[in-house]
Write a protein that binds this ligand. Structure first.
Ligand SMILES: NC(=O)c1ccc[n+]([C@@H]2O[C@H](COP(=O)([O-])OP(=O)(O)OC[C@H]3O[C@@H](n4cnc5c(N)ncnc54)[C@H](OP(=O)(O)O)[C@@H]3O)[C@@H](O)[C@H]2O)c1
Length: 282
């Protein structure tokens, strides 16, 4: 079994290091050694290293506000990148696992979205990621698209930002009208390895169980860590007034792991349990 992991130095890429079976021979690659948005670079990489059985694409332009400012760069990494990888996978018969996001949905309806719900992104990031899903699925028949949300692991993430803010502030203002699923990169990596072993290609939702707002999430981070920092709740409209350059985000972006439940079983834990383990390990 030979595998390629792109975006290997990101949160998910690092989490996969503990999950990929030891007998798998893995090439871990990230910028600047392989830029997935460059078709010729991807072709050259595969020519030099093929054949792979499995490619897991963890590479992405994940700065949601940054994508608004530079859609061309977002589209290159998040849409052309997975297309280039999918084409290369098709040429050597490899399975592609491409990771996507809850932000492909508009978030206008309460309740969790299942894989068959119709996406309609409201941000540049969401539009670039949705384009990547379609291009990857159409370029390689053996493609899994795994949508996740609110990811935290070893890297820059919301949990680390909130812990850092609390070192210098005794109050933090956080949005309380956007609901989603905080998700541990370690738990996602575990499920991705299980999904990759199936031939149930197509779209999967994979988040930790349970829904909360960013403000609820922040309070849980402080409570579990024993930090005394007050969470002042604000609306998305207030946040936008304070940060006019910020991207619009879905109000209800909760995902249901429906395909996991219907096929190989859903091993994703409640989000608080996963968060406790993450914070205790720090
Ligand atoms: N983070 C979240 O909250 C979240 C939520 C939902 C879905 N997701 C999805 O989950 C996946 C993993 O996210 P993550 O949090 O692990 O991301 P991450 O920590 O930002 O890591 C992404 C990695 O990809 C690299 N990269 C960026 N552009 C690239 C390119 N053109 N070619 C090759 N590598 C490139 C980055 O390098 P540099 O750091 O040098 O740019 C970084 O090492 C992504 O598909 C993301 O869209 C994330």
């Amino acid at each position: 079994m030979r595998a390629l992991i792109t975006g290997a130095n990101g949160q998910l890429g690092k989490a996969l290091r503990d999950q990929i079976p030891a007998e798998t021979q893995v090439d871990w690659v990230d910028l600047p050694d392989l830029d997935i948005s460059k078709a010729t670079d991807v072709e050259a990489w595969f020519l030099a290293h093929c054949p792979y059985d499995l490619v897991i694409n963890c590479a992405a332009f994940t700065n949601v506000d940054g994508c608004e400012a530079d859609f061309a760069a977002a589209f290159a990494a998040n849409a052309l990148g997975p297309m280039n990888l999918a084409r290369a996978c098709a040429s050597c018969g490899a399975t592609l696992v491409h990771v996507s996001t809850d932000y492909v949905f508009p978030g206008t309806e309460p309740g969790a979205r299942v894989e068959s719900d119709v996406p309609a992104p409201i941000s540049a990031y969401g539009r670039s990621k949705l384009a990547g899903e379609g291009l990857a699925l159409s370029a390689n028949p053996r493609t899994h698209v795994v949508r996740t949300a609110w990811l935290y692991g070893d890297g820059k993430n919301f949990v680390r930002t909130m812990l850092s803010v609390a070192q210098t502030h005794d109050e933090v203002t956080v949005v309380d009208d956007q609901l989603g699923n905080p998700t541990s990169a370690a738990d996602l990596a575990h499920e991705i390895v299980r999904i990759a072993a199936t031939t149930d290609y197509g779209v999967w939702h994979c988040t930790n169980e349970g829904t909360c707002s960013w403000a609820d999430f922040t309070e849980a981070i402080y409570k579990i860590s024993g930090i005394d920092c007050h969470v002042r709740r604000c609306s998305s409209a207030d946040w936008k007034r304070m940060n006019p350059q910020s991207a619009d985000r879905p109000a209800f972006s909760s995902l249901e792991n429906a395909k996991l439940k219907a096929t190989i079983g859903n091993e994703m834990r409640p989000w608080r349990e996963a968060l406790e383990e993450y914070l205790c390990d720090k």
